[in-house]
Design a protein around this ligand. Structure first.
Ligand code: ADP
Ligand code: MG
Length: 564
């Protein structure tokens, strides 16, 4: 045949688009990956129109100037890959420079973008791959890509689309997969102008899972954690017996990229064993991290699959992590919405009783910012709003929060005593004390002792006293609780103590300490435990009551008949 011809650019683009842009969800996926590569920390996806053919993705990432926008629309134009060698260690989601020209070839596309710090935004409109307009415009920093009339010029492709319900399912899945891969980025998904979900930027995968699937589901998922031969595995999966009931999909992430992988599925099924019903997959997210050089991301046209250099190692790591997690089937240490209840500026308020009897804290609540070797302990929660439950190398530890806090406060004050000077902090508004005549007289006698501890009181008028300064080392909560109760109760103090300052210190410690029933919250509880660890004598409170009970692992094993 002598009819060999080079295909026109238009046909080439449509063929290429066929591989990358299969359905509306493919567009969503590519645009989200571009926003993530642009380091956006807020991304909004909005879907509408017949056949879900109108797709807009807005981000607050690094944006493009006019020149970049035009270049991005050229095939094989990418800012992410500069050499063949770099292809062996890809750390961005995109790298081929195919998505935007492919999408542009089969839709009406508009890109509006403004790099941070630039005065103006630029807009470029393309129809079926042909540039219609470029113009300056006003727009916030970041990028918005709007796709309309998807597949308007490829009727064959349009015919292959499924019902809106099915296509929507695919879209939702793509957004969720990216949201799980990037917990630090806020995501909003809207359909026909209505918000489907809005996920705030999260501190980690656990919180993201919680926000995405809700407390009830999240609590039933089993946390995974493990590392083996350079493959780190984390995530949250339903237990095999819950999997048939909880069908919210399984997401596999490799270095943050959502992929499909039969080998991993196989390992997962095997590790779950016969407890997993046939044909059922667990729901949840399985996240793997390994050296990018160990992963070939360039084997699938839409980058939905990857190839591992050592697939057996990856499978072994997955299998080990899943078996370990199921073997333990430990409590799902999920936060009970505490982040919301406990905004930073409220943590300083006097402790608040919670209605619940017990509270589970996030698994890493002690590790975060823990001093010294505090990380060896894990704060599991608060029971009866009175006892902290901690897991440590020596065993399971129950802490009486009031006794513990008393000890901590006592030592804080004792250090002031030894230094013979308390650094005090002047109060913006002096706190008036309601004192009877007797109390006022008693207080007057204590002024120098109090001052040496950093507590300043002043007489404003006859018999009318107020606190004007408090020790700088107290937290705000401790200060308020001191101010409210302690000094006003001076009448009940021992009349002529041998060591008045020590008496004051014990009183203050007791008064300012958390009471049983006070809500310490994870941060407060973690701080308390760390403070107690560094106490000189943390085992009992100043009155001699124990601050904690330890059940050694050996003791527990014996009691449970696991060893003789
Ligand atoms: P790839 O992602 O493979 O590089 P694309 O066609 O998806 O190819 O995008 C081409 C280029 O356009 C990217 O390399 C990037 O420089 C730029 N780009 C695309 N989307 C965005 C965005 N949302 N923000 C900033 N730059 C973008
Ligand atoms: Mg891309």
């Amino acid at each position: 045949m002598s009819g060999i011809r080079i295909l026109s650019e238009e046909v080439i683009n449509k063929i290429a688009a066929g591989e990358v842009v299969e359905r509306p969800a493919s567009v969503v996926k590519e645009l989200l990956e571009n926003s993530l590569d642009a380091e956006a920390f807020r991304i909004e996806v909005s879907i509408s129109g017949p056949g879900l053919s109108e797709i807009a993705v807005s981000d607050n990432g690094r944006g493009m100037d006019r020149h970049d926008i035009l270049l991005a629309l050229e095939r094989h134009a990418t800012s992410k890959l500069s050499s063949y060698e770099a292809l062996s260690r890809v750390e961005t989601m995109g790298f081929r420079g195919e998505a935007l020209p492919s999408i542009a070839g089969v839709s009406l596309l508009e890109i509006v973008s403004r790099p941070p710090g630039e005065l103006a935004a630029h807009r470029v409109r393309v129809s079926g791959g042909r540039i219609l307009e470029t113009a300056d415009c006003g727009a916030p920093e970041g990028t918005t890509v709007r796709v309309r009339k998807l597949f308007f010029n490829t009727p064959a492709r349009r015919k292959f689309l499924k019902s809106d319900r099915v296509e929507w399912g695919h879209i939702e899945r793509e957004v969720i997969a990216r949201a799980l891969g990037a917990p630090g980025t806020a995501f909003l998904l809207a359909r026909a102008g209505e918000t489907v979900f809005s996920l705030p930027a999260a501190s980690g995968l656990q919180r993201r899972v919680w926000d995405l699937w809700g407390k009830e589901t999240a609590e039933t998922l089993v946390p995974l954690a493990g590392e083996r031969e350079g493959v780190a595995v984390s995530g949250f999966l339903s237990a095999p017996e819950d999997s048939a009931r909880l069908r919210k999909g399984l997401y596999i992430l490799v270095n943050g990229r959502a992929v499909q992988d039969r080998g991993i599925l196989f390992a997962l099924r095997e590790a779950m064993g016969p407890r997993l019903p046939r044909g059922v997959l667990p729901m949840g997210v399985l996240a793997l991290r390994l050296d990018p050089a160990e992963v070939d991301v360039n084997i699938h046209p839409a980058k939905r699959e990857v190839a591992f250099r050592a697939p057996a190692r990856v499978k072994a790591a997955v299998s080990a992590a899943v078996s370990a997690a199921l073997g333990k089937k430990s409590f799902p240490a999920f936060p009970l919405g505490w982040e919301d209840r406990l905004s930073p500026d409220r943590t300083g308020l006097p402790g608040r009783a919670v209605s619940g009897q017990g509270e589970l804290f996030p698994a890493d609540s002690l590790r975060e910012g823990a001093a010294g070797d505090g990380w060896r302990y894990r704060l599991l929660g608060q029971a009866r709003s009175s006892y902290l439950v901690v897991e440590g190398p020596e065993g399971l530890i129950l802490i009486d929060q009031h006794a513990a806090h008393e000890r901590v406060m006592f030592e804080k004050f004792s250090r002031l005593l030894e230094a013979d000077r308390g650094e005090s902090q002047q109060l913006l508004a002096p706190i008036p004390l309601e004192l009877g005549a007797l109390e006022a007289a008693l207080l007057a006698g204590q002024v120098p002792h109090l001052a040496s501890l950093g507590i300043e009181v002043e007489e404003f008028g006859p018999g009318s006293w107020a606190i004007t300064a408090l020790p700088a080392l107290l937290t705000r909560r401790e200060k308020e609780s001191l101010a409210a109760e302690t000094l006003a109760g001076i009448g009940e103090w021992e009349k002529s103590p041998a060591d008045p300052r020590r008496e004051i210190v014990i009183r203050l410690a007791c008064q300012a300490a958390l009471k049983a029933g006070d809500y310490a919250g994870p941060e407060g509880a973690a701080r308390l435990w760390r403070d107690l660890l560094v106490c000189r004598d943390g085992s009992c409170c100043p009155h001699g009551r124990p601050t904690r009970l330890t059940f050694s692992w050996e003791e527990l094993e014996k009691k449970f008949g696991r060893r003789g």
